[in-house]
Design a protein around this ligand. Sequence first.
Ligand code: FE2
Ligand code: FE2
Ligand code: FE2
Ligand code: FE2
Length: 423
Amino acid sequence: MSFNPLTERGIPIERQFRSWSELASQPYDTRDVHPYTRCRVIVMNGIEVEAIINSHNAARRIADTGVKQMLALVRKAEQQQQKAVNWLIPGHESTIANTIGYEQVAVDLTGWLARHEPDPYLKQVYEFGILEDYDHLYRYANLMDLMGERRKAEEITGDLTEILPGRPTIFHHRHPHDELRRPMTVEASDFQSILNAITIVSAEQQTMNYYMNVGNRPENPMARSLYLEIAMVEEQHVSHYESILDPTTPELLNLALHEYNECWLYWSCMVTETDPRIKQIWETHLAMELEHLRLACEMMKEVDGIDPAAVFPKNGVSKPMTFEPNKDYLRDVLARTLDNTASDSQFVPVDQLAADHRFFDYQATVNAGGVPSEMVIQRHREEFGEEYRFATDGAHPIPSLKESGTAEGTDYFRTIERHMENA
Ligand SMILES: [Fe+2]
Ligand SMILES: [Fe+2]
Ligand SMILES: [Fe+2]
Ligand SMILES: [Fe+2]
């Protein structure tokens, strides 16, 4: 299978605008939507939000009226696409159920990207992030029961994604300087690495924005504080992933890369979608993106003199990004890298940090006086007699997390405690 968005014909931009009634399409039914259809809706909303924000940022830095007009025109179409996609989420789906969907996206999207990432350093970047979102899924799944939601988390995720402790969230809190990775360069990178990076930054940014806005909506104090804590980790995730992007990319090349990425992802959604009605939306949006890409390439050539043929792969792309289970892969990443933390742009086992590393100070500051991601598990045990998990492939691969997902008892915790005592 291959797809070359530069040789396909799209819908002329002036014909892309839809009426209010066309945009407000019928939402999916939260009880029978395929979990990966929900995931595609969540991720494509994040992709459109990034398209819009990136275009606004470009508009603020570009003086050329012609370019500004093109940006405004295409951006309005992106905004309509965002509405058509995000309004597929029904009002009867609760925020916590939707949140479970967001973290399932983070797990199975990152899993696909990591498995298809040709650069070994970037693969480490994805493997580092995935264990954290994996743990968020588990903490929120426990919260969901405490909030009195009638459904269990596995009714949202299906049996496609296991819900187990990852690297416990309490350990995610690092000094901000340790969130910055080594950037790639557009010239030297495999093209797949560029697509992967734009995709993950968009998805994590949307998760960050989402928690920033919905985290204060619950009345339940446990819910408010868990959203607050995890929202701060999503800030880290955006810093972590955006720092792999090439910071020297010219504005219009950056725009063209974004449009190319949208083409790749709508094509991916179209060829993997199981719901025929929603497949139609992906197909229409793909036809729109082909035109966005054509316009961006035209401007890039005219204004910056960059030839699209020098940037994009001659034969297009061959692999659709696919939502599919990553269960074995995750168990393997857990076994290999659970005890890692970050120091500058490197990933290292936490027990190899110097005694005076800023990680320990930062941990002591934010974790003083109780940690919501730990409390949510304890609270679940008190109310239900056990914590919530969903395993399809046997017990947890890490002995210290087999019985309990709280931090106490893990090697990670002992390392931090040792440093606190010596401090
Ligand atoms: Fe778009
Ligand atoms: Fe997360
Ligand atoms: Fe994340
Ligand atoms: Fe676009």
